[in-house]
Structure formats: structure tokens, C-alpha cells
Design a binder for this molecule. Sequence first.
Ligand code: BGP
Length: 473
Amino acid sequence: MKNKFYFGGSIASHQCEGAYDTDGKGLGIMDVVTVGSRDVPRKFHEKVEEGVYYPSHKAIDFYHTYKEDIALFKEAGFSALRISVDWSRIYPNGDDEQPNQKGIDHYLDVVRELKKNGIEPIVTLFHFEMPLALVKKYGSWQNRKVIDLYLRYAKTMFEAFKGEVTYWSTFNEMNHLDSDVELSDFFTYMNTGLCYSKLEDPAKVMVHCAYNMTLASVKAVKLGHSIDRSYKIGCVFGLTPVYAYSANPEDSIKAFKAMDRDWYQIDAMAKGAFPEYKLKAYRDRGVDLEISEEDKEAFAEGRIDFIGINYYSSAVETALELKDSQGSFFGGLNNPYLKTSDWGWIIDPIGLRYLLNMVDRRYSLPMIITENGLGAYDKLEEDGSVHDPYRIAYVSSHLEQIRLAIEEDKVNCFGYLMWGPIDLVSATTGEMKKRYGFIYVDRDDDGSGSNKRYKKDSFYWFQKVTETNNSVE
Ligand code: BGP
């Protein structure tokens, strides 16, 4: 791979920072979510309940250990790290008069530490972190007032990080919010702090939340560019390429249409208008969305500079009723040609090449893999080693497909950021034992453990990968 290709990792504040009530932080929506497992969903509480362990409260304490952890990332040869800013550290209630300076200073320190170590910071403004008070007071994203409050928060960060940060992402994976699909409570909650199953008219609420978040994103892009024209502002999407189950044309149409839910927000952010096909889909669900002239202008003026891709899995769709087939985590059917992870996620490296080609040909925008990785059980040996050949196989097979996409297919992809390069709290299950890292953290699901770091075999392997590739001119 050529130089200028970033190798690194991606983390999110609520999954690693801990220190949930330190330095003036307010409660975020993820601070009231319990631990679950592959089979037991996490629970969402309305407030912090006594005697309950909430993983975000401690996580891996990155809030205090970031210097040591960044030193390890440097040792692994990282040239970029994607972090998120927790909105509730900056505006504890979301609508406070003044931002919390201690929160801003903390993230400035992190960003400066990264740069000191030759690591490019890539900053996400919303990675499931939202002040809980905004949900209670305004009903979350269904209320347009929240767009203004998000923009005020974004402005605070764009101004504070001027000259320090180049790459931004307005949101992480808000495309999982969709009125067309009976989504789990979980994806709805992570993006909005609302529970799908408890909503009176979920389709209507989802339409308004998804639309308002998309609008907030394009407005933030325009705002950021007005503060610093050199900012490169993108958005991160969780994308799942969908294959047709058979050569039956009906299956192809079904598979193609299944991807609309992944495309519509990118279309809205990259092509300058909210797509008509989605408005029609909303109407079919009984929600008529009027787009004002002012909103139309916002879509036209706030186009993203790059596309961040979170890729974990592909899916399969068919027009047939296949009663015996088991569904897969990412929707559709399981793929008989592919294996799954310990948590049932389909592993498909070629799907990444396929996806990169689709996104490149559809949008002609620079792309970066902002997340990809394998959640697995790891064993810490007595001598402090962790043997994780499965992780090496996973990452190397995905990197090989990226290489093919770049060299053979000529797609424009400028980096690979592995998800959770240091073990952290799983978003969907809240577990620590679902480990992604090159670095092992001695922390258990109930918050016990020394919190000490250990380098896994994959750490040394990745170090070699970055050594070889960073030296290519
Ligand atoms: C993505 C999220 C991340 C991360 C990842 C892995 O959807 O953006 O926050 O958690 O998935 O998921 P999990 O942690 O549930 O294994």
C-alpha cells in the first residue's frame, strides 16, 4: 500500500473512558445501560439505580490512562486514531448556557498527545453519546430544538480544535435508525435514548429522528467548513453489503432494495438532496415528511468530504419465504459459504472489497474504513501473553481485500482503523469478554480486574504490518 494510507484504530468514549461523573460530566444515554450478553439484551434505565453495574462508569478508564495507551498505539505503529467526544462532557445537560471547560480541555489534551506521538486524530462528534437530559426534556431527536443544541456543541468543538484536528465525523452509524425495519430496541436507543418498543408510534418517531439527525449532519458540515475551510468533515456509516440468495431476479431486487436503508443517508449527505425514494418509503409507512426550502438548501450546502465505513459483515436476502433459515445478526439470512464469529457475526473479507467498490462507484468520494474487527474470547496466559491467531487471520484477510480494492479496482480508500484496538466495553452487549483489541485489558464484565494492559500476539503482528507499510513511498 502507498504512503498516506492511515493504519490505526477506532474507539468511542462511552466504551473506554469510564470516569462517568468526573470533571463536570453529565449523564449520557449510555450511562444508564446495563451489561447483557449474546443472548441477554442490555437494559435501559431511566436513571442510575443503586447496586447496578453500568459498564460505561468504569470501562477501561481511558480518561485517566490515555497517555500510556497512546504510547502503546504508537508502539504498534498507528498513524491515526479515531476517538469520539462525549457530548455530555461538553454540555452536561445538552442545553447549558456555557460549555464545560474541563471537558474541552480534556479532549484537547488527548488530541495533543496523539499528535505528539505522530498519530492523526479523527474526531467523531456523536458516537451514541448524548446528554440524557435532552431525551427527558425534549424527547430527543424528534424535536428540532435538539438539532440546534447539537450544532451549538459542534461549533464549540470546531472552534476549540481549530489548528489541532483535520478529520471529523458528524455521527457514527445513525443509519441503523430506520422506520422501515422493526429494529431492535438497542439500535434505536443508542442513537436516540428512546426505546422502540415503548413508543406509541415508532415509525413516525423514527422518521423524524433519522431525518433530523441527517439534517443536523449536513448543517454541521457547513458550519465546520465556515469555521475552518481546511476541515475534512465526513460521516461514519455502518454498512452491510447484501447478496442475492439465488440468481432469481426477484432475489436481486430484494437484495438491492435492502441496501436502500444503508444508502439513503449517504445520498442525502453526499448528493445534495434528501432522496425521493426514502420520502416515498416514509409515505408508505404513513408518515408524510414535508421538506422546507430552508432544509433543501441545507442539504445542498452541507456535502460531506469523505465517507467513513464501519464494516463487520455481509447479509443475504431472498424474495422466497424460507421458513427453516435462521436470520443473521445484521438482517437477512445466514450465508452457507461463510463462518461466523463467537457472537454469530458473519465473517466475510471479500464483502469488504465488494462494498468498497460499490461505495466508490456510487459516490466517488474518499473513503476510510473507520471500523472493522473481530469480537472474540481471549485467554490471558500466566506469562502475560495472549495468543490470538484468529484475530491476525481476520485483520490480515480484510487488509488483503482492501489492498485488492485499491490496487486492482482503483477505489479511493485512505485508511484502515481497526475497531477497539485496546479491549473495551462492547456496545451491543456491554461485555468486556467480547474482546477486539491488539491490547488485552484485565477487566471483567462486572468491572473487576487490575485494568492492566498486555500486548497480544496480534499487537506484534500489526506492528510488523505498519512497519512494512509505513515505509512504502
Ligand atoms: C459498531 C459500533 C461500535 C462498536 C462495534 C462493535 O456498530 O460503532 O461502537 O461497538 O460496532 O460492536 P460490539 O461492541 O457490540 O461488538
